[in-house]
Ligand binder design. Structure first.
Ligand SMILES: Cc1cc2nc3c(=O)[nH]c(=O)nc-3n(C[C@H](O)[C@H](O)[C@H](O)COP(=O)(O)OP(=O)(O)OC[C@H]3O[C@@H](n4cnc5c(N)ncnc54)[C@H](O)[C@@H]3O)c2cc1C
Length: 407
């Protein structure tokens, strides 16, 4: 078998890559190891309005809930809300959204093979020339001019081609999530809860999917050099991180504690990991591109990866098709993909800036997070300029030290 482009992985990065390669009139195969696209869900599905605008996609009512605001909850119980446009967006039903993307890609001409894990790469003179898959119990070789690795945070495909896509454990946010019913929520507001006892190194989210239904999840991280000033965790020594993280307690433990106060009942549970290191060093090699979670294309501050992954995948699919047409799938040509997402589209710049903010946030203890939320309380979040923050540090001088990187 021979295709122009093979995409490994059939969720957001995979479907968008194959959609844009197919739209550019090349033969595309997408292989997915699961038997169904989008399952199991490993996502809360939150995207801002700008996502559909950037992707030039029309959101379909069958797979989203509309969001018109956000509330941040401080460790000391304080909170700040905004209903301004910057907080408007959607909670996607990922099972349906991902399948819909795959359908669009198939309609554009992509062939899809399900229950087909990639086991190895075909290599010739150091160049990727295709994949070895397990299909219906048998190993099978499929050749291609370009392979796109869209196989998520546990990606092996880019590593097989010699790219360093390893994430250190402290750069991985460990997540757990329930979809719950019977909750007392505002269906238009997403909520975030911070605090070392609630979610060390991360946060809890409540993302509504209807009047009483929501994704309630948590991401936690071990931060070796994080704050240790206020965690109240006397066992937090030795092997444990400095941010209240306790190796003996996983994300599920903290989530269970959080939902015990909520009422309601779960209808789905899932776990996953998000890379928050910023992108990997190199995202192309001879005959291969890497995209999405596999490439660390996730906002390091929020852990949001749908928008970034899809934006990079659109570029990957387009450049792969161009390489096929130019009969040049060398690293030299495929570098164009990285040049576009990293420099021209400034995605790399935005991820770097977000990483800087995340590192700053990592250093905050509970008191400082509470102070920060107090500072912006009663303000429209989007109107908080550098100047207002500077003025506010007069009232909370301890914040100046923390904010000096952005002021
Ligand atoms: C709990 C949780 C909540 C999140 N919430 C949000 C959110 O609200 N908003 C947001 O923007 N982002 C969120 N994210 C991040 C977001 O889900 C990811 O950034 C995004 O889904 C990345 O998509 P991807 O296609 O790159 O990778 P994935 O979604 O991981 O897809 C990879 C695909 O590749 C397949 N695959 C893997 N190996 C092989 C192989 N060898 N052969 C064939 N197929 C293979 C997998 O089965 C999978 O289908 C969340 C993540 C988690 C874990």
């Amino acid at each position: 078998m021979k295709y122009d482009v093979i995409v490994v992985g059939g969720r957001v990065s995979g479907s968008v890559s194959s959609l844009f390669a197919s739209k550019n009139d090349v033969d595309v195969l997408m292989v997915e190891k699961q038997q169904e696209i989008g399952v199991p869900v490993q996502c809360a599905g939150g995207v801002s309005d700008s996502f559909f605008k950037t992707m030039d996609l029309k959101p379909l009512q069958e797979y989203y809930s509309r969001i018109e605001g956000a509330t941040l909850h401080a460790p000391d119980g304080g909170q700040v809300s905004t209903r301004n446009k910057i907080s408007h967006g959607y909670i996607l039903e990922r099972k349906l959204f991902d399948k819909n993307l795959a359908i669009q890609s198939a309609e554009a001409g992509t062939d899809i093979m399900l229950k087909t894990p990639v086991k190895d790469l075909i290599m010739e003179n150091g160049q990727v020339k295709g994949v070895v898959v397990r299909h219906q119990g048998k190993l099978m070789e499929i050749s291609a001019d370009v392979v796109i690795a869209a196989d998520g945070v546990e990606s092996q495909v880019a590593k097989m081609a010699g790219l360093n896509t390893h994430f250190e454990p402290y750069d991985l946010c460990s997540c757990a999530q329930y979809e719950m019913v019977g909750l007392d929520i505002d269906p238009a507001m997403i909520e975030f809860y911070f605090g070392q006892k609630i979610a060390p190194g991360g946060y809890v989210w409540v993302f509504p999917k209807g009047n009483t239904r929501a994704n309630v999840g948590i991401g936690i991280r071990n931060i070796p050099n994080g704050s240790n000033k206020n965690n109240g965790n006397t066992q937090n020594t030795g092997n444990n991180g400095n941010n209240g993280y306790d190796k003996s307690k996983n994300a599920h433990h903290y989530l269970q504690k959080f939902i015990s106060k909520l009422g309601g009942t779960p209808v789905e549970f899932n776990v996953g990991a998000v890379p928050v290191s910023g992108p990997v060093e190199k995202t192309y090699t001879d005959g291969l591109l890497v995209v999405g979670d596999a490439a660390g294309q996730v906002d390091p501050l929020t852990g949001g990866g749908i928008h970034v992954s899809a934006s990079c995948a659109k570029i990957a699919g387009t450049i792969a098709a161009e390489a096929v047409k130019k009969e040049d799938s060398s690293a030299k040509f495929l570098k164009k993909y990285e040049d576009i997402w990293n420099k021209k589209k400034k995605i790399g710049h935005n991820l770097k800036r977000s990483l800087k903010y995340r590192r700053m946030f990592d250093k905050l203890d509970d008191q400082e997070i509470s102070d920060l939320i107090k500072v912006v309380q009663g303000q429209e979040l989007e109107s908080v300029s550098k100047l207002t923050l500077l003025k506010m540090t007069k009232e909370y001088p301890q914040l100046f030290k923390l904010l000096r990187n952005i002021l």
